[in-house]
Write a protein that binds this ligand. Structure first.
Ligand code: C2E
Ligand code: C2E
Length: 163
């Protein structure tokens, strides 16, 4: 029996950071932004996750969530913040990273997931937004969410927020 310590800031299923931690860290990172630095944020959402659960069951769905969490952990830098945002949504905060690079990062992850053998076809879509001055964390997440909404229409792709 292996006892694993899970802090109040971790998501129990995936061991990623949880919503609460993400908020605190994101707020801190946005406050620390200085001249010429950009922070990008990506929401990653599993395409058609409901039908994965309906077809293969919730245990299988949980396994997919865990595997995706591991792919994220293994393919991002230590300074990047990775959190489980909700059911099938993850948020990645990329400090000091412009949008062009954030797209490179997301596409690398998107391709890894597309090629990974989960036992069924799994793809993700993403929405990216960025800031270079203080705004509320909620606002930045809302911007990324709007971009995600666009990406979702065609799936397995990324969209960047534009006003
Ligand atoms: P690349 O893979 O095409 O990445 C281009 C730029 O995207 C990077 O420029 C960086 O600004 C951003 N980027 C890529 N992956 C990440 C990430 O996981 N987190 C964050 N926050 N940003 C990311 P940079 O740093 O000048 O790196 C230039 C190139 O050097 C990269 O091009 C890649 O070919 C190589 N490289 C740098 N670090 C690593 C690494 O840890 N592993 C591997 N395999 N290659 C690396
Ligand atoms: P790390 O910076 O924490 O990055 C962890 C993993 O995220 C990397 O594992 C790689 O899979 C992915 N990654 C991060 N940045 C990039 C990037 O710019 N492009 C690509 N294609 N992948 C990226 P990896 O490659 O096994 O590297 C392990 C560690 O070795 C990195 O941890 C970093 O500390 C160091 N490292 C590797 N390549 C470079 C490099 O070109 N420049 C620097 N400064 N460090 C590097």
């Amino acid at each position: 029996f292996k006892k694993v310590y899970i802090s109040a800031y971790q998501d129990e299923l995936t061991n990623l950071w949880n919503r609460k931690y993400l908020y605190i860290r994101l707020k801190g990172e946005i406050k620390r932004l200085r001249h010429n630095t950009i922070l990008s944020l990506a929401i990653v959402d599993i395409d058609d996750f409901k039908s994965v659960n309906d077809t293969f069951g919730h245990l299988f769905g949980d396994k997919v969530l865990k595997e995706i969490a591991d792919i994220l952990k293994n393919n991002l830098r230590k300074d990047d913040i990775i959190a489980r945002w909700g059911g099938e949504e993850f948020i990645i905060v990329l400090p000091n990273t412009e949008v062009k690079s954030a797209k490179v990062v997301f596409n690398r992850i998107r391709e890894k997931i597309e090629k990974y053998d989960f036992g069924c076809k799994i793809t993700v879509s993403g929405g990216i937004a960025f800031v270079n001055e203080y705004i509320e964390p909620e606002k930045l997440i809302e911007m990324a969410d709007k971009a995600l909404y666009k990406a979702k229409k065609r799936k397995n792709r990324i969209a960047v927020y534009a006003k």
